[in-house]
Write a new protein. Structure first.
Lengths: 435, 252
């Protein structure tokens, strides 16, 4: 068992080795950001359950591990990768294995006009001004030690920039696969969507192998005026993996952002989703699903900052928890004094499939404006016995009947995903977990 | 087909069925009548396998098999179908999902091939016309937003698709206007064959004008207190239940 300080020292030492591999890059302004981040990291402490934001989420199991940075691409079964990939003719596909871009599995030839799509390390070299203008601005390293750690090691990940008025028809799928081999990976994404542009992005996180690993991930999104974004995040890590993520979204005037945060895997998972309205008349939909079994622990912390007037947020997170698994939902909605005519709706609904599953749910509304429409609520229940009996009385086996009802419960989280292939994939993953 | 012997059942420790004896052979239609709260639905649900009820005594044989040992779904696969008095709404589950899963599960149980999408659709469309339901029902969620009459017709539609050996219709006539009643009754009549049997639970005689019973039983306070032929239903319609109840009391 490490003490929290020992672990920090370990990461800092690893940062120094990482630095030495960077050679010429060390002189680039980007590296200054990394160095600042490792400083922040060393000044911050790993959270404990005494921190209000980590009250239910004990990260000691993570702190007790000695993970080293991934340093090579492992052998991988193509079938495992393909299981998570959509049709490469219809999707722009990027695959990273242990954080390294895999040309073999990716398909990024003939990109449409108006789209820059590169690995983050290439983008740092090719478009330094663009990257530096936004990088590490939306996701702050000030308070979040994991974001600081990710930023320090930021080398692997994806940069997307959509130019003004460009509508990217093909969705972009980014798959991060990690071999469970006592390593940590720090995928870092920066997505810039210019005025009037439209894009659909799917991020998938998966792992294979028997040992443990740690995905420490950050995605930053800048959604400019009138832009429309659909973002799906599928987390299907190995059941012995650690996964900590932050999705930070800045929404400008009249933009429209839909998020689907789907979680199946991980032994200890913490997702932070932070969205902020920087302009009026924007809309944000946060949809979430967590399906847990065994002793999984999945924590979703979301916040929506209505800093400007006339915006709409609609949040629906649903949990399906089996065995001794545990879920945490904490959803904050701030409506600031000037944010009149805000509409903010938030719901968290849970189904417990066993007596030993637990969910801690805390929807929070903090309203400082007076002319607003807001609601929030949380429910925790079981499968409906009458519905289950009805299905069984029609000859459907108990397991299938339960799966049908669970899928129905989950379906209003995912039914508005516009990409049929993605919906079908999620349905298949859900069936795999349930049957 | 089904033999119920001295069946006793409790809910929450309270005895509801107090010694039911009933034998139904294939090709027969039996009507079970009786005032509200007599235990008619309880009997129907116990046969279907509802776990909330505790069977304390007696047995049920279905084509020679001990029914009480089978799960709800196995009973359905053996050929028991309950048309619910209050069909439950299942938002998010389409009628197609329900029927396809049910039909294929039953076929699998019987060692038959599952139907593919085309075969299924052909079958379902044919059966829909029987109860005059329109095809858009298939995509709708099970019973969600259905009127009372639609729910009852949907039950008969499901029965038509699943083709049970024993159908138990629990108050399928209540809440139906005369047209809907005729549609439902026609559907049931068309599905009748010398190979299957029907138990019609009702407290009105009017359905029995369409579905003519071979036997009529009066269930009261958890027991069958009188049995007769179809003329008993007419007599009950005419004179109510009191005289049967009194008659039974005298016998004790
Ligand atoms: N789920 C239940 N919980 C408690 N009591 C019940 C339940 N179902 C039925 N009962 C009771 O059992 C008795 C018989 O009910 P039921 O079988 O519905 O009668 P019927 O269908 O003949 O009107 C009634 O007294 C009713 O209150
Ligand atoms: Mg009843």
């Amino acid at each position: 068992m490490n003490s929290s300080t020992e672990l920090k020292e370990l990461f800092i030492a690893q940062f120094q080795s990482f630095e030495n591999t960077l050679n010429g890059e060390k002189e680039l302004p980007m590296h200054q950001i990394r160095k600042d981040a490792i400083k922040k990291f060393s000044a911050l402490n790993f959270p404990s359950v005494k921190d209000e934001e980590w009250k239910y989420t004990n990260i000691n199991p993570l702190l007790s591990k000695n993970f080293r940075p991934a340093d090579s691409i492992p052998e991988i079964d193509p079938e495992f990768v393909n299981k998570y990939l959509f049709d490469k003719k219809e999707f722009i596909t990027l695959v990273f294995i242990n954080g390294y871009f895999s040309k073999e599995f990716s398909e990024i030839d003939s990109l449409p006009e108006g789209l820059i799509l590169e690995t983050i390390s290439e983008a740092i070299k090719n478009h330094p001004d663009l990257v530096l203008n936004y990088f590490s601005k939306t996701a702050s390293t000030e308070k979040n030690i994991f974001t600081a750690l990710n930023t320090a090691f930021a080398d692997h990940g994806t940069f997307v920039s959509i130019e003004e008025n460009a509508v990217i028809e093909k969705p972009i799928q980014i798959l991060y696969v990690t071999k469970a081999d006592d390593i940590f990976v720090s995928p870092r994404n920066l997505f810039l969507v210019s005025k009037n542009a439209q894009v659909k992005i799917i991020e998938t996180y998966a792992g294979f192998g028997d040992r443990s690993y740690f995905t420490n991930q950050v995605t930053e999104f800048i959604v400019n005026d009138n832009a429309v974004v659909e973002h799906v995040r599928i987390q299907d890590e190995q059941l012995n993996a650690f996964h900590i993520s932050t999705l930070s979204v800045d929404l400008e005037k009249a933009s429209n952002f839909s998020s689907y945060n789907i979680n199946f895997g991980g032994s200890l998972v913490r997702n932070n989703v932070n969205t902020k309205f920087n302009g009026g008349f924007a809309e944000c939909r946060l949809n979430g699903l967590y399906v847990t079994q065994g002793s999984q622990f999945v924590d979703n912390h979301t916040s929506i900052d209505h800093a400007k007037a006339n915006c709409l947020s609609n949040e629906l997170y649903k949990g399906i928890l089996n065995d001794t698994s545990r879920g945490v939902f904490n959803g904050k909605v701030f409506v600031r004094q000037d944010a009149q005519k805000t509409n903010a709706y938030q719901q968290n609904k849970n189904i417990l499939l066993s007596n030993d599953a637990i969910v801690n749910t805390k929807p929070q509304l903090e309203i400082f404006a007076d002319d607003v429409k807001c609601s929030h609520g949380a429910t925790v229940g079981q499968l409906d016995k009458d519905q289950l009996f009805y299905l069984k009385a029609r000859g459907i086996q108990e397991k299938e009947a339960k799966a049908i009802l669970i899928y129905a419960f989950a379906s209003d989280v995912v039914h508005s995903i516009s990409m049929t292939q993605v919906r079908d994939h999620l349905e298949a993953l859900l069936a795999e977990k349930l049957l | 087909m089904i033999e119920i012997k001295n069946l006793h059942a409790n809910i929450d420790g309270r005895e509801i069925l107090k010694g039911i004896n009933l034998t139904v052979n294939k090709g027969e239609v039996h009507a079970i009548m009786g005032p509200n709260g007599s235990g008619k639905s309880t009997l129907a649900q116990v046969i279907a396998g509802r776990e909330d009820y505790e069977v304390t005594q007696g047995e049920i044989l279905f084509n020679g098999k001990n029914l009480l040992e089978l799960s709800t779904e196995a009973r359905a696969c053996e050929g028991i179908f309950l048309a619910f008095q209050y069909p439950v709404e299942i938002p998010g589950v389409s009628n197609t999902t329900l029927l396809k899963n049910a039909l294929n599960s039953i076929r699998k149980y019987r060692g038959e091939e599952e139907l593919d999408a085309m075969e299924f659709l052909t079958l379902v469309k044919k059966k829909m016309s029987l109860v005059e339901l329109s095809e858009d029902l298939l995509r709708r969620s099970v019973n969600e937003g259905f009127s009372g009459g639609e729910k009852k017709r949907n039950e008969i539609f499901q029965m038509a698709v699943l083709q049970p050996k024993l159908a138990i219709l629990d108050e399928t006539d209540s809440g139906l206007d005369i047209d809907a009643l005729r549609i439902v009754a026609n559907g049931v009549t068309k599905l009748k064959s010398p190979e299957n049997a029907t138990i019609v639970v009702t407290h009105y005689q009017r359905l029995l004008n369409y579905i003519v019973p071979d036997f009529v039983h009066v269930l009261y306070n958890g027991k069958i207190i009188k049995s007769g032929d179809k003329s008993l239903a007419l007599e009950l319609e005419d004179k109510g239940y009191d005289w049967v109840i009194e008659e039974a009391a005298e016998l004790v």
